[in-house]
Design a protein around this ligand. Structure first.
Ligand code: KMH
Ligand code: ZN
Length: 276
């Protein structure tokens, strides 16, 4: 079993929102993604949250690319491979359901619709239930993404109606600071953690942009785990761009170590999340 005093670090390397032309350091090719994964695992990341890009660096849910990505990450790292089912705000729901066919270890599963900057990130209830049932059938461990307090209430409803996920553990990630979602403050984090269903066995938190550090520090103080990466944060400080995802993982690892909860290995993350 992973020691209780260890921190799961997830790296969300790429996302779907930032363009390669704006941020050339964003890993968008398979080679860049694998290089990033190897360095981030060595720096303490145990889970990789993956969005795939096409040959023009645009977000895609192409199944062959997803499969190739899962295969490459499995062969070059030991990390838990988590595919995004959120995709981009423009992806049709049916394409997002198909992500499970790429057989990742884990998938993200967002617990409600929200304004997402100037866009809408659509997650209607029937889609959530459909995706959840498919994750149970496909034996893929979901990570429940909660962008606001109401989505925590929806998780209560889902677990009560549909039972536990594949593997029997329940892991959530609080995504804080999206314009349209809950703010990235310590007060909000404490309220969100208090409102989690009793079935939750572990949780992490993510602060978008400027919320990255306050959320990481609050999460560590409350016994939570961390998600960091260029999907969520493109600067280390005002005017200091992130040159490589590993910088964010190293910073998270240093904070966790300072808090006397050093990063856990990928093997321990597999036990914590009960992935295959
Ligand atoms: N790209 C956002 C619309 C997830 O990966 O599941 C959704 C997102 C969440 O990134
Ligand atoms: Zn994502």
């Amino acid at each position: 079993m992973p020691a209780a005093g260890q921190t799961l670090i997830t790296v969300a390397t790429t996302g779907a929102e930032t363009s390669k032309s704006d941020v050339p350091a964003l890993p968008t090719t398979l080679e860049e993604l694998v290089e990033t994964a190897v360095r981030c695992e060595a720096a303490g990341a145990a889970v990789i949250h993956v969005h795939v890009r096409d040959h023009e660096h645009a977000p895609t849910l192409d199944l062959a690319r997803l499969r190739d990505t899962v295969d490459a990450l499995r062969s070059e790292t030991s990390m838990v491979v988590q595919l995004s089912t959120g995709g981009s705000v423009h992806d049709p729901l049916e394409n997002r359901l198909r992500v499970l066919q790429a057989a990742p270890d884990s998938c993200s599963l967002t617990m409600g619709t929200l304004n997402f900057g100037d866009d809408v990130f659509s997650n209607p209830w029937p889609f959530i239930v459909d995706l959840y049932r498919r994750s149970q059938e496909a034996e893929v461990v979901p990570e429940f993404e909660l962008f606001d307090l109401g989505q925590g209430a929806s998780l209560h409803r889902l677990l009560a109606a549909e039972g536990l996920p594949y593997g029997g553990t329940v892991h959530c990630d609080l995504v804080m600071g999206v314009p349209g979602g809950m703010p990235g403050t310590a007060d909000t984090l404490v309220a969100a953690v208090r409102a989690l269903p009793e079935q939750v066995t572990s949780w992490s938190a993510t602060g978008i942009g400027r919320a990255a550090l306050p959320v990481a520090l609050a999460a560590l103080s409350c016994g939570g785990h961390l998600r960091v990466g260029m999907e969520d944060t493109l600067t280390l400080a005002r005017g200091v761009p992130v040159a490589h995802n590993v910088e964010l993982v190293e910073r998270a690892g240093a904070l966790a170590t300072l808090a006397q909860r050093p990063p856990m290995s990928a093997a321990d993350a597999r036990v914590l999340l009960n992935t295959r």
